[in-house]
Design a protein around this ligand. Structure first.
Ligand code: 5AD
Ligand code: SF4
Length: 441
């Protein structure tokens, strides 16, 4: 029997995509996927380091890998991704049972290791170009990722990513278009463009091939078969009018913008080194509302950044109330190694962070629930993903606004159906399927 592998993925969509590429590469090397870790010859972790909780979660899993390795010393344990990059060679000191460690995106290095008969532990942490030639095994055949750039040139004072993923490098537009065409030919209906700061795409490209992010969106929109385009995550400082207009003009580009706020206080934003203030952020929101009135807007918010006062926090609440987000990811500030914010004095006491978080979540949910009522009574296009998580007699899918929908009806994953929405909560919509869309016929 061939060798078996098992991958556990932590962190963002970039990691989900990297894991798909790991799977594709391993299968091309003759490996098969094992359903659990104890059935695997190769145990892999694709790690995240964005907050301390991410580190802790992963280290607990590593304990199991240690036990499995001691039962079968031939097993290979590999650790890739941002946590591995952020602690580098320390991995082998702290966890001597790890055989191979590599930074984010360096999946080809894993292949090199597996093909090398290497007996000693290996670490691969040089930043390199994106290796585009790897096969990919997608989680869902009708949804695909397209990594448009790697790295990040921002200096957000709380964030570990610039140190784990290096400087920003945009990929060649012709290569990206070819990759998107190949995805479409392979049955992908919805593509998500990925980058740490996706809308600064293109600035570093040579003059002859340079296009900006809106140009890239236009070229992908023109590909037959791609019915939906999403992207994540943009930076408000680079959210220019051309990208916002593209949401109104390009048929495939979804009516959803994730616009990370982080804080509503200009003083805090300054210490975060976000390079916009509350007013400029709100100007972006107004521009979105002007060009794409029905656009869903979601965000990321950090509470308890060092020095955040009650008045600062109240400004965050004000912005949440004014914008009326369709949803928000909320995080308690977590000091990260070698970041500027970890060194700032004035850390906010834990009970205050928790209390602020509760108030924030309450307001986010209340406003999201109010916003969601605009969908009730409408017939909305849903891309079917499978059965509902809570009721297996129902189906589940997503709208262009990125709302999850549970509905009654019959359809296969990957199909588009129209759903009449009858109930809306802060998180999900519910309804009944109407007639199939004509584009399916
Ligand atoms: N502490 C808490 N949240 C953080 N994020 C990034 N770094 C930290 C940190 N040190 C959040 C930001 C970012 C999201 C992906 O994670 O809100 O947008
Ligand atoms: Fe985690 Fe950030 Fe790395 Fe994604 S880029 S895996 S969120 S640390």
């Amino acid at each position: 029997m061939g060798k078996r592998y098992h991958v556990t993925t932590f962190g963002c969509q970039m990691n989900v995509h990297d894991s798909e590429r790991m799977r594709g590469m391993l299968e091309s090397l003759g490996y098969e996927e094992a359903s659990s870790r104890d059935g695997a010859d190769l145990i892999l972790f694709n790690t995240c380091s964005i907050r301390e909780s991410a580190d802790n979660r992963f280290v607990a899993h590593l304990g199991e890998a240690k036990r499995l390795k001691s039962e079968h010393p031939d097993r290979v344990v590999g650790v890739g991704g941002c946590w591995a990059q952020s602690v580098k060679d320390e991995v082998f000191q702290r966890f001597p049972f790890v055989d191979v460690a590599f930074g984010p995106g360096q999946i080809h290095k894993l292949a090199e290791f597996l093909n090398s008969d290497s007996l000693s532990a290996q670490g691969y942490f040089e930043f390199e170009d994106f290796s585009a030639s790897l096969p990919t095994l997608r989680v869902r055949e009708f949804q695909g990722w397209l990594q448009v750039s790697q790295g990040c040139n921002c200096k957000c004072s709380y964030c570990i990513v610039p140190s784990t993923r290096g400087r920003e490098v945009s990929r060649d537009p012709a290569q990206l278009v070819a990759e998107a065409e190949a995805l479409a030919a392979d049955g992908v209906r919805e593509v998500t463009l990925l980058g740490q700061n996706v809308n600064s795409y293109g600035r570093d490209l040579p003059k002859e091939t340079r296009i900006g992010f809106s140009g890239l969106l236009g070229r992908i929109d023109a590909i037959d078969g791609i019915d939906r385009i999403r992207y994540t995550s943009p930076h408000p400082k680079d959210m220019k009018e051309d990208v916002i207009r593209a949401h109104a003009e390009l048929p495939a580009l979804c009516e959803h913008i994730h616009l990370p706020l982080q804080s509503g206080s200009s003083a805090v934003l300054k210490r975060m080194r976000r390079t916009y203030d509350r007013q400029r952020y709100m100007d972006r929101v107004s521009l979105i509302r002007e060009h794409v009135p029905d656009c869903a807007i979601t965000t990321d918010i950090i509470v308890g950044f060092p020095g955040e006062t009650e008045a600062d926090f109240e400004q965050t609440l004000e912005v949440v109330d004014e914008v009326g987000y369709d949803g928000a990811f909320t995080f308690v500030f977590s000091p990260r190694r070698e970041t500027e914010a970890a060194e700032l004095g004035e850390q906010v006491p834990h009970p205050i962070k928790v209390e602020r978080m509760e108030r924030l979540v309450e307001l986010v949910q209340a406003r999201a629930a109010e916003q969601a009522q605009r969908f009730v009574g409408r017939e909305i296009e849903v891309l079917v993903e499978g059965t509902s998580r809570t009721d297996e007699t129902r189906l589940r899918g997503r709208t262009r606004h990125n709302k999850a929908v549970n509905f009654d009806g019959e359809a296969e994953p990957g199909e588009f159906v129209n759903v009449e929405i009858s109930v809306a909560t802060s998180q999900t919509l519910s309804g009944v399927a109407a007639k199939p869309l004509s584009r399916l016929l």
